[in-house]
Design a protein around this ligand. Sequence first.
Ligand code: PMH
Length: 374
Amino acid sequence: MDKAGYHRDTWIDIDLDAIRHNVREMKKHLLDKEVFAVVKADAYGHGEVEVAQAALEAGATTLAVAILDEALRLRKHFKEIPIIVMGWTSPDYVQLAAENGITLTAFQTEWIEQAKGQLEDQDLSIHLKVDTGMGRIGIRSVEEAYDVIRACNDSNIRITGVFTHFATADEEDLKYFHQQLGAFRQWLKQVKPYLPDSITIHIGNSAASMRFPNDMYDGVRFGISMYGLYPSKPIKAEKPINLKPAFALYSKLIHVKWIHKGDAISYGATYRAPEDEWIGTIPIGYGDGWIRKLQNFEIQIENQLFPIVGRICMDQCMIKLDQRYELGTTVTLIGSQESSLVTMDDVADHLETINYEIPCMLGERIPRFYKNKH
Ligand code: PMH
């Protein structure tokens, strides 16, 4: 592991072979429909450039992000690869997007009018976003779509794709999902005659594409499961494809001490040793995104689990040990040791949230190191 440039004992390993494996599995599952690698939010906290590179090596064809800044950063590294911004971008920046060959998402007639005023002589590629029930952004009717398409006529705005997004594709009850899918099909039937023949149609996130590969039109926007995580518990139980998690979080014991019954640990002195015991300190805290609610969460040392005791501080936290361990002993907070495993899902369960949030939450202060970089 190359640690040059970093001087701390807490780090994240990202296994790029796991990313490649997950992309290949999805491609197989989809019988070679296109895979768009969703690398927004610094690739869900995994590192945008490295993940994008690995995903492309494994056959992804497009990079999908949420905001223009993410797209512009990626463009510096990937000169020829299609990049799409899936969120709303101010029409003030359409010329910048066009110059950089970045596809934007559009769904408002006013936006098209303003964009036309901003564009010089470059073509701008847009994908139309249809809101079939997510209720976030997008065209909500056939009439609105006609207006947007009409506004693009005789301009250098090119509609190159159409997409929608599902709100419940990961749930047990798929009624609403099927409603959205039906709404999209209806909408498309009426609008398609007015769209160029060559458009790319993509509707699936990880959940929809794992569960309904045959309904996915031309491609899928592969996010959470590219990172090796299942979008929900029902899908984890169904296991439509075999995923490998890419992310592991480690630290080291930087202090170990023997304390006596009644001794206090950390702010507020809320933890009192119930008996004489060993306590270790590790250098990670809420300043790294390892938030205070993770108190009592169990982490691994030498294949055993030990709880975090007392309040988590900004840069450090304490764990209750069963014996003295050597300073420098590796602590695995997320990932597997030989015979034990703490998953991203375990952290999410403890925090009563979804696995998506965890790698995004672990901040830039924790260096990411890449395994199996080609
Ligand atoms: N497409 C769009 C438009 C998205 O917003 C997302 C994820 C994806 C595809 C990928 O979904 P997946 O990670 O489930 O595969 N967006 C978000 C979000 O806005 N909040 O959580 C996930």
